[in-house]
Design a protein around this ligand. Structure first.
Ligand code: URA
Length: 181
């Protein structure tokens, strides 16, 4: 209701990889493009480290509007509820039909819920590909903004490495050879 605009996915018409986030954040809401703010910067770095070119991926969100509450002048993100995830599913399905990725990466619980229809525990499901009903491979991992919230530098680096390893697993699931490091 209070968003500036709907934020659709972005990327090539046919892409091997589709990355699905939760919903646009403050910066994305203003720009009309997905993952252009702080979480997007971490995502870009991790994709590069995993040997995946962002330009070759279709990047989108499970929910297309920024849900937030005002805290003074700041717009604070609010997690979408199941009703909102369900209402937006038609748009994600339309994007999947158009792009036909071989592999989808769900970034966080909202994307995982939208794609599997179930409540997912990331730690139990991450890294191992599963097949969706239409044969698309799905890899579940954390949302990159979770990395922004880790204060301890060692913990943050370890979590970042795990995130990159999940993206590499997606690359392998798509049949791409491992990136040279
Ligand atoms: N977080 C998301 O889940 N999606 C975006 O586009 C930006 C931040």
């Amino acid at each position: 209701r209070d968003a500036t605009q709907a934020v659709p996915g972005e990327g090539p018409k046919r892409a091997d990889f589709m990355l699905v986030g939760e919903q646009p954040g403050d910066k994305e809401d203003l720009a009309g493009k997905p993952f252009v703010g702080p979480a997007g910067r971490i995502l870009d770095a991790a994709l590069k480290d995993a040997g995946i070119a962002r330009e070759d991926t279709f990047v989108t969100n499970a929910v297309k509007h920024f849900k937030h509450e005002m805290r003074g002048k700041r717009r604070l993100h609010k997690r979408p509820n199941n009703y909102e995830i369900e209402r937006c599913k038609i748009w994600l399905e339309r994007e999947r039909d158009l792009v036909r990725p071989s592999t989808i990466v769900a970034l966080g619980v909202t994307a995982a819920r939208s794609l599997t229809g179930k409540t997912v525990t990331i730690s139990k499901m991450r890294r191992t590909p599963v097949e969706l009903a239409d044969g698309t491979k799905l890899i579940v991992t954390i949302h990159p903004s979770a990395l922004l919230r880790i204060e301890d530098e060692n913990d943050k680096h370890a979590a970042y490495r795990d995130f990159v390893a999940d993206l590499q697993a997606a690359r392998a699931a798509a049949g791409k050879s491992p990136a040279k490091s």
